[in-house]
Design a protein around this ligand. Sequence first.
Ligand code: FAD
Ligand code: SF4
Length: 472
Amino acid sequence: MGKVTGFMEIDRRDRRYAPAADRIRHYKEFVIPLSEEATKDQAARCMNCGIPYCHNGCPVNNQIPDWNDLVYHDDWQEASRNLHSTNNFPEFTGRICPAPCEASCTLNLNDSPVTIKSIECAIVDRAWEEGWIVPEPAAKLTGKRVAIVGSGPAGLASAQQLARAGHEVHVFEKNGKPGGLMRYGIPDFKMEKHLIDRRVAQMEAEGVVFHCNVHIGVDKTIKELKAAYDAVILAGGSEKPRDLPVPGRDLHGIHFAMDFLPQQNRRVSHEALKSNEPILANGKHVVVIGGGDTGSDCIGTSIRQGALSVTQIEIMAKPPEKENKLLTWPNWPMKMRTSSSQEEGAERDFAVNTVSFSGEDGAVKALHCVRVDEKFQPIPGSEFELKADLVLLAMGFVAPVAEGMLAEAEVKLDPRGNVAADMVAYKSSVDNIFACGDMRRGQSLVVWAIREGRQAAHSVDKQLMGKTTLPR
Ligand SMILES: Cc1cc2nc3c(=O)[nH]c(=O)nc-3n(C[C@H](O)[C@H](O)[C@H](O)COP(=O)(O)OP(=O)(O)OC[C@H]3O[C@@H](n4cnc5c(N)ncnc54)[C@H](O)[C@@H]3O)c2cc1C
Ligand code: SF4
């Protein structure tokens, strides 16, 4: 523990955002890092609790008190080594993780948790700047070959672990560039894509081979992969979006969030749009249906594109402003949260269901809504209309796409339609086929995908070699 009285002497101070009026003019990141001194002060607030709940709250079990102490003592290089021992990509989580660790921090009992995520980001950003992060190729190759389908955080984490264990790793990705939803879903203003390119270059230097624009189940069969590789990991994400099959759904101007967001990310990186129909919010009244991360990303993108108005509706009731700590801590609480995109100027409404869409000349013009009670039943007389020229459906993802690769692989699916595999061996029902990330657990978070990728790599290495030194 760096400074015994740090938590009493130093107030919580976190990274700030550039003003909304400035940041909505571009697609770049807008979080302003703390100075080195301020970061050290924040690390000094860590109490090094006997039971560090933050450590358990973090899905990759980052050794948070240890690196807080190292930062306080100015040993940033050792802090980076420690951080990378549990997390392959802290620059991703340091930007886009919702930080369940901070909900679990003992100081959160007083609403002033250690700024863990910001410290994590500062450590890894500094490590890149100093040149401490270099390729770590395996000293000895095993002669075993592993194919990974999908290059999201789960596929990337398992690929890096397995290459470092000495296996020949090939990653197959149907999109033009690696990164999964971090590349084509999450907007650049939350995470710039050169961060992914830098990691991909590191992994290539470690021996990982990326095959982009290869759709397994379309361009290449899973049977070919099974024949050519000693193990196959399915890390294809959960890509089937939840639809809203109400009257008027087929009107022009109603789109899934993941038809809209990737287009903007491609524009930013000068990639060709995959569709002939550009979906743009400029000059439009936009309604976003769904209150999660994806909905927020649709808001921030619509505002940057020049929407006339953005309204976000959510079927769930408005959560409480403040959680009851004695009931929730150290778990992730349900409470009212406002994302940076919501701050930029969206109207939000809760406990609202969409009954139908109506339009003119085949294009959407309005949503017909009704307020619902706690059992989602319509409240008579509460019907109202919302003006809309563009509707973005951001209601989550139901499951992985079952047709194509998964059907051909003949892997068993669980009752929710995810690939059935446990969280110890990550083995599917088919020999030598493993599964991890959103494809196995359903839609989740980047940090969970990294955890599953690492753990699946442990299991694959153990199966191939009879033993493993890869951490779980
Ligand atoms: C818009 C949006 C915003 C989000 N924001 C956040 C956030 O802020 N913080 C957070 O923690 N999480 C966020 N998430 C969730 C997070 O992105 C996912 O949980 C995470 O990316 C899952 O990782 P994955 O590797 O399992 O799958 P994915 O990232 O989905 O990657 C799967 C990859 O597999 C490829 N693929 C699929 N099938 C095939 C095939 N047959 N052949 C070849 N390639 C294939 C896909 O093209 C994709 O690149 C967000 C999700 C969305 C949609
Ligand atoms: S990965 Fe997420 S949960 Fe873990 S320490 Fe970082 S911000 Fe916290």
